[in-house]
Design a protein around this ligand. Structure first.
Ligand SMILES: [Zn+2]
Ligand SMILES: [Zn+2]
Length: 254
């Protein structure tokens, strides 16, 4: 299988001891390319993704301000992001969006920073990677008002109705290890109804380790577990899922 991990935090401190080996294991497990999400600890550093992607030809990057970190954004943050959006390794602006589960930044600040980054992405002609948690209605409302381009709903954990909302907006849905969680029937139903040309897969590592690794550090080499589960849910083969998700990634982002 040739796989693309559409979302990983390879800059995370949890990889400091063995990042090289993690990347080697991923490649050995068929993960040919990975998208290094560039949000890190937030502004002023917007380059954790590009720093890694510059070192490996098979890594791509995003840049952006995560909703958790929205209150750290300043006017110069967006100027920096505008510049980074033109970096040859930056394929998308993200992860951006709204997170009302943790509320690490005030909701009105999250909203304003989200909208401003949609503006940056639109100017640069780049797709977006959306993080949304317990904020579905507001996320959709912002996207309907401020976004006409392409994008990814990262770590999609909604139900079939929410999947249809996102698909209607033209988004691709990226499925993670959550697909394997026993209680995630709603997510599996969403994965079942998603058209083939809208599917992506990711680990969101080091977070969200799939069963049987749950509770441990996640890494891109575990992506094949999620691909196999997604294939079962859709009544197809893992090879087919690998092929379509790789093609979808390339068409959307390269
Ligand atoms: Zn996220
Ligand atoms: Zn993430």
């Amino acid at each position: 299988m040739r796989l693309v991990d559409s979302h990983c935090h390879l800059d995370d401190r949890q990889f400091d001891e063995d990042r090289e080996q993690v990347i080697e294991r991923a490649r050995a497990a068929g993960v040919e390319r990975m998208m290094a999400i560039g949000t890190g600890d937030g502004p002023p550093d917007l380059e954790p993704g590009t720093r890694l992607a510059e070192r490996y030809p098979f890594l791509h990057a995003t840049a952006g301000v995560h909703p958790h970190e929205a209150s750290k954004a300043k006017p110069e943050t967006f100027a920096h992001l505008r510049k980074l959006a033109r970096h040859p390794k930056v394929l998308a602006i993200g992860e951006i969006g709204l997170d009302y589960h943790y509320d690490f930044s005030p909701r009105d600040v999250q909203g304003a920073v989200f909208v401003e980054q949609l503006r940056v992405a639109a100017e640069a002609g780049k797709p977006i990677v959306i993080h949304t948690r317990e904020a579905w209605a507001d996320t959709l409302a912002v996207l309907r008002d401020h976004w006409r381009g392409a994008g990814i709903m990262h770590c999609f954990t909604g139900d079939a109705a929410q999947a249809r909302d996102a698909l209607d907006l033209g988004f691709k849905l990226s499925f993670a290890g959550v697909l394997k969680y026993p209680k995630a029937d709603n997510v599996r139903e969403a994965a079942r109804i998603t058209p083939e040309d809208r599917l992506l897969v990711e680990t969101d590592c080091p977070y969200l380790a799939p069963v049987p690794h749950r509770g441990k550090r996640n890494e891109p080499a575990f992506l094949a577990d999620t691909v196999r589960r997604l294939a079962e849910v859709r009544g197809t083969t893992a090879e087919t899922v690998a092929e379509v998700t790789t093609r979808n990634f390339d068409r959307l982002l390269l």
